[in-house]
Write a protein that binds this ligand. Structure first.
Ligand SMILES: Nc1ncnc2c1ncn2[C@@H]1O[C@H](COP(=O)(O)OP(=O)(O)O)[C@@H](O)[C@H]1O
Ligand SMILES: *[C@@H]1O[C@H](CO)[C@@H](O)[C@H](O)[C@H]1NC(C)=O
Ligand SMILES: *[C@@H]1O[C@H](CO)[C@@H](O)[C@H](O)[C@H]1NC(C)=O
Ligand SMILES: *[C@@H]1O[C@H](CO)[C@@H](O)[C@H](O)[C@H]1NC(C)=O
Ligand SMILES: CC(=O)N[C@H]1CO[C@H](CO)[C@@H](O)[C@@H]1O
Length: 465
C-alpha cells in the first residue's frame, strides 16, 4: 500500500518537474499577478482536529491534477515542491499573530504555523501596490527567485514557501526575534567593544561570502537589513531583505542604480552607463560602512540630510588622516580601508576580509560560540557616544531607498520609516484591508466541494479535461 503510494507520489512529483521545465521554456514558471488561480497548488485538509493534509489540486493550463494521500507523505511532498510553486489559502496553514514590520507595499507579520506551532515571519505584499510601481512585479518575482536560490543558510533569512491570495503575495520566512542591528545600535548607550564588533562583522562577512558564492549581490546592506534570530544574542545574526538583490552576471540589472545614501558603493552612486555590470564588491563597501559605524559610532559620510550625505557619498569625501581614525588599532583600520577602497577592484573580497588578521587576533572565533548579552557590555561610557547618537538621529529621519532608472542621477524614493517611534502594534484583526486573506483561524470548515471529494477513494489521480 505504502509503496504503491510512493510510486504515485513519485509520478506526481516528476510530472510537476516536467511541467515546470516545459513552462519555463515557454513562460515564467510562476505566473503571479497575471492569470491568478492558475499554476497554484491548492491543498486539501481533513476536518478533524488537529487538521491534517489529505490531498491536493493542481491546475496548470488545461491539465488538472487531483491527488489524495496520507498527511505525512503529503507534508513531505509539500516541502519538496514549495520551491517551485505558489500555493493557495495561506490561512489554512498559518495564523496571524502580530504586525512586526512595514514597508511601502508590504506588511511583515508574525505567523504561527498551525501544523507545527512554529513561528514564522510573512512579508505580505500588496499586489495592487506593487503593480503600480515601475517594474514592481518583476521586482517581487526577482526577490522570490533570489531567496529560493539562497535558502536555506544559517546567515540569511530563509524563504520557506510562498502563497498567493487574491490580493496579496505571502513570503513565509524565518522569524528574526531579536530585532535589527539598527535598533540594537539605537538602544546601545556606549560603543561596541572589540569582541562584539568582531562578532558582528565576522557573521556579516560569512553571510556575504555565501551570497556571493551563489553569484548574487545584496545591494542594500545596512543596519536595518541585519537582523538577529534571537533576542539578546549577537551571535544569531542574519541578513535580510533581498528586495534589491540580483544575480551578478544578469546585467543590465533590475534597478541598476540602487542602494541607500551613506551605504551605496561609489561605483554605483557615480554610474553613468546603466547597462555596465558591476561586482559583489559593492556589498563589501556597504559592509565597510557598517564596520565604520560600529568602530567609530558614526557613519562614513555624516551630513545634515540625505541629499548632503549622498553628495559626500558620490564624491567619496573621506579623510582617513583625521584624528578619529588614529585611535583605531592597526588591524581594524587596515581592514576598514581595504573594505572601503574607492577602486572596487582593489577592495577585499569577503573571503579576504574573513582571513584578515583583525579576526585572527584575540580568539574571535572562540567568541562566536559565546552568547553575549547586549545590555551588560563591559566597556565604559564612551566620549563619542553623542556622535553615535547624532548619526543615528540623522539616519533615522526619513528612511530612504534609492531606485533610479535614470543613469544620470540617483533619485530617492522615500519609504515609510521602519523604526520610527514605534506606535503600539496594531492588532491583526484591524488590518482588514490588507489582511483579508489571512484572518486568524477560528472558523475552519470544509467547503462543499471538499466534503464531496472526501468520499472519494484515496491514492487516486484525476486528470480532468
Ligand atoms: N524575517 C523577519 N523576521 C522579523 N522581522 C522581519 C523579518 N523580515 C522583515 N522584518 C521586519 O520588517 C521590516 C521590513 O521588511 P523588509 O524585508 O526590509 O521590507 P522592505 O523591503 O519593504 O523594506 C524589516 O526592517 C524588519 O523590521
Ligand atoms: C522529496 O524529495 C526527496 C529528495 O529529492 C525524495 O527522496 C523524496 O522521495 C521526495 N518525496 C516526495 C513525497 O516527493
Ligand atoms: C583600479 O585597480 C585596478 C587593479 O589594481 C587597476 O588596474 C585600475 O587601473 C584601477 N582603476 C583606477 C580608476 O584607478
Ligand atoms: C464563524 O464564522 C461565522 C460566519 O462566517 C461567524 O458568524 C461566527 O461568529 C464565526 N465563529 C467564530 C467562533 O469565530
Ligand atoms: C584569547 C586571547 O588572546 N585573549 C586576550 C585578548 O586580549 C585581552 C587584552 O586586550 C587579553 O587579556 C586576553 O587574554
Amino acid at each position: 500500500m505504502l509503496s504503491k503510494q510512493k510510486i504515485v507520489l513519485w509520478f506526481i512529483y516528476s510530472s510537476f518537474l516536467l511541467i515546470v521545465n516545459k513552462e519555463s521554456n515557454r513562460k515564467k514558471a510562476d505566473r503571479i499577478f497575471s492569470d491568478t488561480n492558475t499554476n497554484r497548488l491548492v491543498w486539501r485538509y481533513t476536518n478533524q482536529q488537529p487538521i491534517k493534509l489529505k490531498g491536493l489540486i493542481f491546475d496548470c493550463g488545461n491539465l488538472q491534477f487531483e491527488y489524495f494521500g496520507e498527511d505525512e507523505t503529503l507534508r513531505e511532498l509539500k516541502k519538496n515542491i514549495s520551491k517551485l510553486f505558489f500555493q493557495a489559502k495561506v490561512q489554512e496553514e498559518y495564523m496571524a499573530q502580530q504586525v512586526i514590520g512595514q514597508g511601502n507595499y508590504a506588511l511583515v507579520l508574525e505567523l504561527q504555523h498551525l501544523h507545527s506551532n512554529q513561528r514564522f515571519a510573512s512579508k505580505c505584499i500588496d499586489k495592487k501596490k506593487v503593480q503600480a510601481i515601475e517594474q514592481g512585479e518583476q521586482s517581487v518575482q526577482n526577490e522570490i527567485k533570489i531567496m529560493r536560490i539562497l535558502s536555506p543558510h544559517k546567515s540569511l533569512i530563509n524563504l520557506i514557501e510562498v502563497y498567493e491570495g487574491d490580493n496579496n503575495i505571502y513570503l513565509i520566512m524565518d522569524l528574526a526575534q531579536g530585532g535589527s542591528l539598527y535598533k540594537e545600535m539605537k538602544n546601545k548607550i556606549n560603543l561596541y567593544n572589540r569582541e562584539e564588533i568582531q562578532n558582528i562583522m565576522y557573521q556579516i562577512l560569512e553571510g556575504l561570502q555565501y551570497i556571493h558564492s551563489k553569484g548574487i549581490m545584496h545591494r542594500d546592506l545596512k543596519p536595518e537589513n541585519i537582523l538577529f534570530r534571537e533576542k539578546g544574542n549577537l551571535n544569531s545574526l542574519t541578513i535580510a531583505d533581498f528586495g534589491l538583490s540580483v544575480e551578478i552576471d544578469s546585467s543590465p540589472y533590475l534597478y541598476p542604480k540602487c542602494g541607500t545614501p551613506g551605504f551605496v558603493a561609489p561605483e554605483i552612486a557615480n554610474m553613468i552607463d546603466k547597462t555596465k555590470p558591476y561586482t559583489a564588491a559593492c556589498d563589501i563597501f556597504s559592509a565597510g560602512v557598517i564596520f565604520h559605524i560600529l568602530l567609530l559610532g558614526e557613519g562614513l559620510f555624516v551630513g545634515d540630510c540625505h541629499q548632503e550625505i549622498l553628495k559626500m557619498n558620490k564624491e567619496f569625501q573621506i579623510d582617513f588622516s583625521k584624528p578619529k581614525y588614529q585611535k583605531l588599532d592597526f588591524d581594524a583600520k587596515d581592514l576598514l580601508l581595504k573594505m572601503l577602497a574607492h577602486n572596487y577592484s582593489q577592495r577585499y573580497t569577503s573571503q579576504q576580509c574573513l582571513q584578515h588578521p583583525y579576526f585572527q587576533n584575540n580568539g574571535s572565533l572562540q567568541s562566536q560560540q559565546k552568547i553575549q548579552q547586549f545590555t551588560n557590555s563591559q566597556i565604559q561610557e564612551s566620549p563619542i557616544k553623542d556622535s553615535f547618537n547624532q548619526y543615528l538621529q540623522i539616519y533615522n529621519s526619513p528612511n530612504q531607498k534609492l531606485i533610479s532608472q535614470d543613469s544620470k542621477k540617483l533619485s530617492i524614493v522615500t519609504r515609510t520609516p521602519l523604526y520610527g517611534p514605534k506606535a503600539s502594534t496594531p492588532m491583526v484583526q484591524n488590518q482588514v484591508d490588507i489582511l483579508e486573506e489571512l484572518s486568524p483561524l477560528s472558523n475552519f470548515s470544509l467547503d462543499q466541494e471538499q466534503q464531496n471529494s472526501q468520499q472519494k477513494d484515496n491514492n487516486q489521480i484525476d486528470f480532468t479535461q
